[in-house]
Design a protein around this ligand. Structure first.
Ligand code: CAA
Length: 257
């Protein structure tokens, strides 16, 4: 599949997916999301790639679902086509994925950033769920993921007033893991992605899966799952290599086995 609305670059074991529809501030139209789902499915079977960065432009990570594409839709069409379901490709993606957010991350933009494993924000980032201003509410997981990230009071504030949160507020609210100067965003995201991609791929995937399971499980179920997955890691060559490298005071060379 050729891509018109996203751009893929690969550097070593890191793939970057850049949302590239600048005239519409990267509004997430159906074509763009189909391209992203296709790219993620291709990257998921590319053994050379250990981590993905999702980014937009300096002005906009993404200003939301495409309002113009949506405006005249009718319930039965969007029910039958299950609108926004292909955005879940990010959730289904099993390797680590970092959102590098600069500029606007609004509506669906904020929602797809939250689907990633963590968010690194530039100091000009603005997050929001402004759907209420359009007579709707978030529809790509915002009502569910925002509350888990920032708690009830702030999630209600954001979704009911539609106001934007700047990068520092997003950091103090735990929506993002770090804030960096705009001109350092991609460098910082790349350094984090390279570090992740240098670890054992299956171990990173299992770690991600186990952390995400905490959203669905009770504490005791989650701790039990963690112990089982931890124990299963002792079947891998990478566990042997990681621990041998520590005792031999050298860097580990993981083989993803
Ligand atoms: N959908 C479609 N087009 C969009 C868009 C969107 N979400 N956001 C921006 N654009 C388009 C504008 O229509 C404009 O196009 P034209 O030049 O053809 O008029 C172009 O991008 C540039 O936008 P602005 O001129 O508005 O730029 P600005 O700098 O003045 O304002 C902004 C920037 C504050 C982000 C403003 O564009 C804005 O408010 N955008 C909409 C944000 C929004 O409401 N997002 C939620 C969408 S709904 C959603 O996501 C639902 C969901 O959860 C499922």
């Amino acid at each position: 599949m050729g891509y018109d609305m996203i751009e893929i670059t690969k550097e070593g074991a890191v793939a970057t997916i850049k949302l590239d529809r600048p005239k519409a501030l990267n509004a997430l139209c159906s074509q763009m999301m189909a391209e992203m789902a296709d790219a993620l499915s291709t990257i998921s079977i590319d053994d050379k790639i250990g981590c993905v960065i999702l980014c937009g432009s300096e002005k906009a990570f993404a200003a939301g679902a495409d309002i113009k594409e949506m405006a005249d839709l009718e319930y039965l069409n969007i029910y039958k086509s299950d609108i926004f379901s292909n955005h879940e490709a990010i959730v289904r993606f099993r390797k680590p994925i970092i959102a590098a957010v600069s500029g606007y991350a609004l509506g669906g933009g904020c929602e797809i950033a939250m689907m990633c494993d963590f968010i690194i924000a530039a100091d000009n980032a603005k997050f929001g769920q402004p759907e209420i201003n359009l007579g709707v509410m978030p529809g790509i997981g915002g009502t569910q993921r925002l509350i888990r990230a920032v708690g009830k009071s702030k999630a209600m504030d954001m979704c009911l007033t539609g106001r934007m949160m700047n990068a520092m507020e997003a950091l103090s609210s735990n929506l993002v893991s770090r804030v960096v100067p705009l001109d350092k965003l991609m460098e910082e995201a790349h350094a984090a992605a390279l570090k992740i991609a240098g670890q054992s791929q299956p171990i990173s995937m299992m770690t991600k899966e186990t952390i995400n399971a905490s959203f669905e499980l009770t504490l005791s179920q989650g701790v039990r799952l963690e112990r089982q997955v931890f124990q299963s890691m002792f079947t891998t060559e990478d566990q042997k290599e990681g621990m041998a490298a520590f005792t031999e005071k050298r860097k580990p060379h993981f083989k993803n086995k």
